[in-house]
Structures are given as structure tokens and as C-alpha cells.
Design a protein around this ligand. Structure first.
Ligand SMILES: Nc1ncnc2c1ncn2[C@@H]1O[C@H](COP(=O)(O)OP(=O)(O)OP(=O)(O)O)[C@@H](O)[C@H]1O
Ligand SMILES: [Mg+2]
Length: 353
């Protein structure tokens, strides 16, 4: 909120809210319409979801802030900051307005113990919940990598914020198995990676046999992602899912799982990191030519790409000390652009590509 205005989402709808310096009892003006606002449990007076005039809600928040109520934390320096009690407060970013989870379908495989969910837009998402065993940084990294992979025009599923409403949060399948403990997700805002098709109706493949690699329409994307993964030091295997397009008798490769990008925020140099499971895929592409093109894409990434990615992350996802670590990471990413062509060349040499 730089100029006295902010954008907030109230159950997926976006409003400009203006600060009113002259009036003390009401800090903000908002459109005087009725919206459903979800408050988390822990603030029983407003639970379950209630309908109220938005201006009433904000004047309530403002006046509770005066009485040192925790809800007052929603306003800090005149802006909407993360509050554990509010499922609204989110500033507009490339992730858009949060979608509401309507159904938990099933568990998905993988270390972050994500779930297949269906949202109020009737699409399916791999939901990565906060508090998962891979840590919240793995979820934050997905958000950081998203604008980079999009800028390179590589096929990747849409990333969205998910709102976990209290009734769905109670679903007894929704827990992380850690040792012999069952841990519940933390908070109401989580991350979703959209399934490219309805998985109940259309097949999605985690792997494709190498004899079908030549049928992947966007095969050259592996070279682009190779360079991007070197830039951000992706420490995991590079993963994609494949869908079949019957009209063209070919496949599309959608790159997923960016949770281990940014090497826990201290970038290193390891030739075997960030490679596709079946490395023969690289032999089907002119890697020298395509990585050269991808290097110029990285070079052209705008300077504000990382700062705006940090802003897109809900503040409650960060832990103490994260901002300092991110300042150092941002600096490393800036410097790494210069050394990247050599690093890519060396790693291609090491792999015999
Ligand atoms: N957008 C998507 N579209 C289709 N399937 C997906 C999508 N996102 C995730 N999946 C499926 O869910 C599984 C788990 O997702 P993902 O690999 O992102 O999670 P993870 O827990 O971080 O995995 P890992 O253990 O590899 O780190 C994937 O292997 C894939 O089968
Ligand atoms: Mg994975």
C-alpha cells in the first residue's frame, strides 16, 4: 500500500480499498456490497463464514484494532498484512485471487504429501499445503520459479492460491504422516498446481517411454528448463507430466514440481542436479543450440521478477530470518546471470551433450 490504497481479496473477489486519513473511526472505504468472508476458527464470533457488508467488516476490524484485538494485526503500517485470523488480506499478484477448495479427492504421491483437490472453479489442483514435510520453503520456491518459467514460455501448469475453508479442513484424510504422527496443514492459504485435464476423464502420465519422446510437441522445452534449472540451482530431479492430444497424435510435456529450486536459498554448482529422470530425452534435442537461446531468455529476465515474486507470497508463509536469506539469494541470482553461460557449457560437457 504505497499510495494509501491496497487490493484485497474477499472470497476470490478483488477490491480497491482507500485509506481515509480524516476519519478516525473508519480507516478504509470499501464498496458497500455484501460478500461472504471466511474467518478462521479461533475467532469464534465470526465463525463459520458469515455474510456482512464489507464496509461493516472493515470498520469492525479497525475498531477491534483499537482495542488491541489480534485482528488488529491485519493493519500494519496502514497496509493489510498477514493475520492468522483472516483468510482475506491478500494483495493482487500473478497468482490471482485465491480459489476455494470444495472437495478433497485423494492423496498424491511425493514428499510434500500433496492432495488432488477440486476448487470452486470446477478445476482440479495438486494442493501443496503449508506445514508439509518438505517444509514451507518448498511451497514458496514454487511461487518464485513460476514467473521465471512463464517468462521463458515453457509449458507449466497454472499456479494458484488455494483457500482451505474450515469445513474442508476438518476432512479426516487431510493430514501429513510424519513418523507415527498425523500433522494437520497450517493456516488457510495454500498453493495449487492446476491439472492440465480432468484426471478422472483423461489420462495424465508421470513418465513416457523413450520411444515416444520424438512425439512430444514441446520437446525443445527440456533445453529451456535445463538452463532455468541451472540458473536457480534446482537440486531435485526435473519432473514433468504428459498429456496426449489425440487430434495431433502427439504429447504435451507440462513441467511441474519446482519445490527444490533455489537450493534452499544458497546456490551451488552440481552437474547432476535438475536433470530429467530419463536423460536420453536430451539426446533428442539440439541442446547446444537450444540452451544458447534459453540463455538469452534468462539474460532478459526483468530485474523486478524476483522482488515481485516475493511480494506474491502470503507473508504468513515466511519464517523468521527468511527475508535476510532472500536478500542474499536475490544478490546471488543477479550475479549468476553473468556466470551462467559458462556453467551451462561445463554441465553440458560433463554430461557429454
Ligand atoms: N499440475 C499437475 N498436473 C498433474 N499432476 C500433477 C500436477 N502436480 C502434481 N501432480 C502429480 O502429483 C505428484 C506430486 O506432485 P509433486 O511432484 O509436485 O510433489 P512433491 O511432493 O513435491 O514431489 P517430490 O517427492 O517429487 O518432491 C506428481 O508426481 C504428479 O503425479
Ligand atoms: Mg515431485
Amino acid at each position: 500500500m504505497r499510495d494509501g490504497s491496497a487490493t484485497v481479496f474477499v472470497t476470490g473477489r478483488c477490491h480497491e480499498v482507500r485509506k481515509q486519513p480524516v476519519r478516525r473511526d473508519k480507516h478504509f472505504t470499501v464498496p458497500d456490497t455484501s460478500y461472504a468472508v471466511h474467518f478462521e476458527s479461533g475467532y469464534p464470533r465470526f465463525n463459520p463464514p458469515i455474510k456482512r457488508s464489507l464496509s461493516q467488516i472493515f470498520s469492525l476490524i479497525a475498531c477491534r484494532q483499537n482495542r488491541h484485538n489480534p485482528l488488529g494485526r491485519a493493519f500494519t503500517r496502514g497496509t493489510f498484512m498477514s493475520s492468522p485470523h483472516l483468510a482475506i488480506h491478500y494483495k493482487e499478484s500473478f497468482l490471482g485471487a485465491p480459489l476455494t477448495i470444495e472437495r478433497i479427492h485423494r492423496r498424491l504421491r511425493g514428499g510434500s504429501q500433496s492432495f488432488l483437490v477440486e476448487c470452486d472453479d470446477k478445476h482440479f489442483y495438486a494442493a501443496k499445503f503449508l506445514g508439509n514435510p518438505q517444509g514451507n520453503r518448498s511451497v514458496i520456491n514454487e511461487v518464485f520459479f513460476y514467473p521465471i518459467i512463464k517468462a521463458a514460455e515453457v509449458l507449466t501448469p497454472r499456479l494458484v492460491l488455494l483457500h482451505l475453508p474450515p469445513d474442508i479442513a476438518k476432512d479426516d484424510r487431510l493430514y501429513f504422516a510424519m513418523g507415527n504422527k498425523r500433522i494437520r496443514p497450517e493456516g488457510t492459504l495454500h498453493l495449487g498446481s492446476q491439472f492440465p485435464v480432468n484426471p478422472d476423464l483423461t489420462a495424465i502420465f508421470d513418465l513416457l517411454p523413450s520411444m515416444l519422446f520424438s512425439k512430444i510437441r514441446n520437446l525443445n522445452d527440456v533445453a529451456k528448463v535445463f538452463v532455468l534449472d541451472k540458473y536457480v540451482h534446482h537440486t531435485d530431479k526435473r519432473q514433468a507430466v504428459f498429456t496426449r492430444d489425440r487430434r495431433f497424435a502427439d504429447f504435451l510435456m507440462h513441467f511441474i514440481d519446482h519445490g527444490m529450486c533455489f537450493a534452499n536459498w544458497v546456490l551451488g554448482d552440481e552437474p547432476l542436479h535438475g536433470l530429467m529422470f530419463d536423460r536420453t530425452i536430451y539426446s533428442k534435442v539440439d541442446m547446444r543450440r537450444e540452451t544458447e537461446k534459453a540463455l538469452s531468455l534468462v539474460d532478459a529476465l526483468p530485474d523486478d521478477i524476483f522482488p515481485s515474486a516475493i511480494e506474491a507470497v502470503p507473508p504468513s508463509w515466511f519464517a523468521p530470518g527468511d527475508m535476510e536469506a532472500l536478500a542474499a539469494l536475490q544478490d546471488s541470482l543477479r550475479k549468476r546471470k553473468g556466470s551462467l553461460p559458462l556453467l551451462v557449457k561445463r554441465h553440458l560437457d560433463d554430461l557429454g551433450l
